[in-house]
Design a protein around this ligand. Structure first.
Ligand SMILES: Cc1cc2nc3c(=O)[nH]c(=O)nc-3n(C[C@H](O)[C@H](O)[C@H](O)COP(=O)(O)O)c2cc1C
Length: 388
């Protein structure tokens, strides 16, 4: 499975084309809209999230509530476009005043300057319209389709926030993924620990008041993936590597770790590797899951546990120095409107991109074309692993 997206932040719409989704998967707009709404929630988000409720239109690949096996086309309109029709017009415009309103002041930390250098743009709107995280809307839509595939084969995905602006969730004693999902869904910062969640919100308020922004860490857990998914035979077949790339491809994500992650550098091997156990009921299993569900790029059958670190949002009210690309004059980059923290929303994006990679691996390994055959084959793989 693969997908491409197109569309600008203030253009008419965002589009995603999903190829390779198996036939016979129950899918309707509601499955996707539910996830789009989750992405739009979150403490610290700006006005756009409130004015613009995203809704998907499925314009190809689904008939009578079931996928056809043909490419799936998803469209999300930018409702704000009505205010941008001239600035973002596809056809040439002759309104001189609008043409002159170029963005010539690059923001440190965003793609503005590098993008302009790369494509030869003197109006950096041509860069920021696409590098904006608005694009993650349709990545979440694609992830919602992936989640449907995973649901059919008994695989569950949950994401939550474990750190914002240096405040870390300490109490993470959830008993099941369902409990983690239920609690974090009610938290404005998607945090399981209510005390930490409260402090996170206070830190976001502090950032907002000071015209600053803050980042954090999100975690995604995938349960129910059979052992043996992915491969160790080539770099581009390792499933942990694909998931790592997917996480770092999210706007503002700068690092990724599995299981105990970077902590592994500080511990001896005896406190890092997961001992292998066996029982007639479970077959092979692990005493611990410090590896976060992978050895050799292949799933162990334990939950996949992956974390991503998000840097603070680059657009700040508080000025940072930059240089105008036309006048070459230094100026303090300040703007009118931005979020101060998007970590809760980013945890929904992280769920989506991880779900896509896992679903793609399942489809590739267990049957490709038909959902019913994939389901049978996944069950067969589970039985095989148990009896191995
Ligand atoms: C959900 C989400 C929302 C974001 N919102 C903003 C925003 O409002 N303003 C901003 O400057 N950057 C925002 N970003 C981050 C930028 O898109 C990102 O920093 C930029 O594309 C440069 O890419 P890089 O940080 O990955 O190098 C957001 C990122 C995510 C994941």
């Amino acid at each position: 499975m693969r997908y491409l997206t197109a569309g600008e932040s203030h253009g008419p719409q965002l589009t995603a084309i999903l190829e390779g989704v198996p036939a016979g998967l129950a899918l309707c707009a509601e499955h996707i809209n539910k996830e789009l709404a989750r992405r739009q929630k979150g403490y610290g988000r700006g006005r756009r999230m409130q004015i613009e409720k995203d809704e998907v239109k499925i314009t190809g690949g689904v008939r009578h509530g079931k996928t056809l096996g043909s490419p799936i086309a998803l469209v999300v309109e930018n409702r704000d476009f009505k205010h941008w029709q001239t600035i973002m017009a596809v056809e040439p415009i002759d309104d001189e005043a609008e043409v002159k309103r170029k963005v010539t002041r690059p923001r440190p930390g965003h793609a503005d300057l590098n993008g302009a250098l790369k494509y030869g743009h003197r109006d950096m709107r041509n860069v920021l319209e696409r590098s904006s995280a608005r694009e993650t809307t349709v990545r979440v839509a694609a992830g919602a389709v992936a989640k449907r595939i995973l649901e059919e084969v008994g695989i569950r995905v949950a994401g939550h926030v474990i750190e914002i602006g240096g405040v870390r969730a300490e109490k993470l004693d959830y008993r099941s993924l369902e409990e983690l999902q239920a609690v974090t869904e009610e938290s404005p910062v998607r945090c399981f620990d209510p005390e930490a969640g409260q402090k996170m919100m206070e830190t976001i308020d502090w950032a907002k008041k000071n015209g600053d922004s803050i980042g954090g860490i999100v975690e995604v857990i995938v349960e129910g993936v059979p052992a043996g998914v992915g491969s160790y035979v080539h770099y581009d077949r390792k499933l942990d590597a694909k998931i790592a790339a997917a996480i770092v491809s999210i706007n503002a994500f700068k690092g990724v770790e599995f299981g105990i992650g970077f902590e592994a550098a500080r511990r001896p091997g005896s406190e890092v590797h997961d001992e292998i156990i066996w029982s007639p009921e479970q077959g092979f299993s692990r005493r611990t899951n410090r590896a976060g569900g992978f050895e050799g790029g292949v799933t162990t059958g334990m939950p996949i546990v992956v974390r991503g670190v998000m840097k603070p949002i680059p657009t700040l009210y508080k000025p940072l120095q930059s240089v105008d690309i036309e006048t070459k004059e230094p100026f303090a980059a300040s703007i009118e409107r931005s979020d101060s923290c998007a970590v809760p929303a980013a945890s929904v994006v992280a769920e989506a991109v991880v779900a896509w990679e896992v679903a793609a691996a399942i489809v590739e390994q267990f049957g490709q074309d038909r959902m019913d055959l994939i389901k049978e084959n996944v069950e067969r793989a589970r039985r095989y692993a148990k009896e191995f």
